[in-house]
Design a protein around this ligand. Structure first.
Ligand code: 13P
Ligand code: SF4
Length: 301
């Protein structure tokens, strides 16, 4: 049996669902039951009926799946597949910001650790950040850990005061897009879609700003075949091309999330064989973080 066939057989035997983020390698996307953005995968994790979830993505995503499914076994094939953006925020930073802004709500990006989520009023993803912030009664909102996403929210919700923590929090994959990329894309032609994790000036120079799931919806709803410049992680080009083969997608070849690429067929197979690596979160953190994630699922769309 090939590795792929063994994964499919074991998935059935273990009663497992494989969830994969849009940035996963093509061979992982092909095997997954569901491929999506952070919001879609969180919702999917909550609705799945299987007893095991194997999360092909990074740790905060697997933690979110576990928090929403405390009774299920949630596995991540690579223990150290983390998100460097999520690791830029600590619970101490949130406590400090709350002291400085006692009346403010705390909205954390889903790209944050479970320990940080336990200090949030509500979680958001790039797909629903604006909706979540608008729905809150508070006029002051602490947003972390992505300062570019915070700037994006501020632009869409000008009547509220957005406080970004930490001040320069960013994702190295998205922060690498620049004016030069915008100029090259304009010279090439086609629509420019950037992710809210890109710098504000890159967002302003784009035609559309959207989450990875939002990018799929934009292309789906476009009436004719188009040419697109995709300003996010490179594998999004593969994802879009499989869905819309007639369209043209230009990506930046070095916009690569190293942690997303750690998941391979070999370690996915090992994960199913040995039921590794199980996501374990202390019960108190789990309970507090769940409230913030559940609130997002209610007000976030
Ligand atoms: P999406 O929710 O848009 O897929 O973004 C997740 C992420 O990690 C972006 O870098
Ligand atoms: Fe984190 Fe950036 Fe990778 Fe997304 S692309 S998982 S934000 S490091």
């Amino acid at each position: 049996m090939s590795r792929k066939e063994r994964i499919i057989a074991l998935k059935k035997a273990r009663d497992a669902t494989i969830l994969a983020h849009n940035y996963q390698l093509p061979e992982i996307q092909e095997l997954a039951d569901v491929v999506g953005d952070s919001y879609e995968l969180a919702r999917e994790a909550r609705n799945t009926h299987s007893s095991v979830i194997v999360f092909c993505g990074v740790l905060f995503m697997a933690e979110t799946a576990k928090i929403l499914n405390p009774e299920k076994k949630v596995l991540i094939p690579v223990r150290d597949a983390t998100c460097p953006l999520a690791d830029q925020l600590t619970p101490a930073m949130i406590r400090d910001a709350k002291k400085r802004h006692p009346g403010a709500a705390v909205v954390l990006y889903i790209n944050s650790t479970a320990a940080c989520k336990a200090h949030a009023d509500v979680i958001c993803t790039s797909a629903n950040a604006v909706t979540v912030v608008k729905a809150l009664p508070e006029q002051e909102v602490i947003v972390g850990p992505d300062a570019n996403l915070a700037a994006y929210i501020q632009g869409k919700v000008p009547d509220k005061k957005i406080i970004a923590i930490p001040p320069g929090g960013h994702c190295y994959v998205h922060d690498c897009f620049s004016q030069k990329d915008l100029e090259a894309a304009r010279a090439r032609g086609g629509t420019i879609i950037s992710h809210p994790e890109c710098r504000p000036e890159v967002q302003r120079g784009s035609d559309i700003v959207a989450s990875t799931g939002g990018m799929i919806r934009v292309v789906r709803e476009h009436e004719s075949v188009g040419a697109w410049n995709i300003f996010t992680e490179k594998e999004m080009g593969y994802r879009l091309k499989t869905l819309y083969p007639d369209h043209t997608f230009n990506v930046k070849d070095d916009a690569i999330c190293k942690d997303m690429k750690k998941t391979t067929l070999a370690n996915l197979l090992a994960s199913l064989e040995k039921e590794q690596f199980e996501v374990v979160i202390p019960p108190d953190i789990m309970q507090k973080a769940r409230g913030a994630i559940e609130r997002m699922l209610v007000i976030g769309r």
